[in-house]
Design a protein around this ligand. Structure first.
Ligand SMILES: [Fe+2]
Length: 203
């Protein structure tokens, strides 16, 4: 970490890597974290970190002034190359926007718009043990291109399970995060971090 930077993450027990969401400004993130381990020592918000036991790949699906997501051909081609570098090492592909419809119409309208193209790339590589997303503020699991898609709940507010049309207002459900354990079969735990619900608010 360079002199003058704030000591982000020094108390965290695990390495931290950032993924840009639709409320983030990638330029601002890079102004603060570019060249640090939080973005793989790189200068873009799509990057790979080759840990000894697994590869973490972060994609940038943010679209300026839009709640929806997009990766684009150049980033998908880069992903294809990165996944081929260590074909026997487990890889975790992370992005903010879910690449499939989750069954909540309001949120499906703001998912990744080139999810099928992402699936084509992931399907070419047998080492992708998880595709991780967020954005929709609910814990959701689905098969995806021969791998497993795990969508993390929110550490703040959870979305309602609005399976018909309508806005899924926030619910007073406990805040949680996902913990992925490596092994012959990777296992994902949903870990509540509050028994009481988060305060209801809007942004
Ligand atoms: Fe989001």
């Amino acid at each position: 970490m360079t002199a003058g930077r704030r000591p982000y993450g020094r108390s965290a027990p695990l390495p931290l890597h950032l993924v840009a969401g639709n409320h983030d400004d990638p330029e601002a993130l890079l102004d603060e974290f570019g060249g640090t381990r939080f973005v793989g020592d790189g200068a873009t918000m799509h990057y790979a970190v080759e840990h000894p036991a697994f590869t973490v790949i972060s994609l940038d699906s943010a679209v300026p002034c839009s709640p929806g997501g997009h990766l684009g051909t150049a980033q998908l081609e880069w992903l294809d190359e990165v996944l081929a570098r260590r074909p026997s090492t487990p890889a975790i592909v992370c992005l903010h926007h879910p690449p499939i419809a989750i069954g909540i119409p309001f949120l499906d309208g703001m998912r990744l718009d080139d999810g099928e193209e992402l699936a084509d790339v992931v399907a070419r590589h047998r080492n992708v043990v998880r595709v991780l997303a967020g954005h929709v503020h609910r814990p959701i699991t689905a098969a995806f291109a021969g791998s497993t898609l795990a969508i993390a709940p929110s550490t703040h507010l959870q979305s309602g399970l609005a399976l018909d049309d309508g806005v899924p207002n926030y619910l007073p459900e406990p805040t949680s995060f996902l913990l992925h354990l490596s092994g012959p079969s990777w296992v994902t735990h949903t870990v509540p971090v509050s028994h009481a619900a988060a305060p209801i608010a809007c942004f």
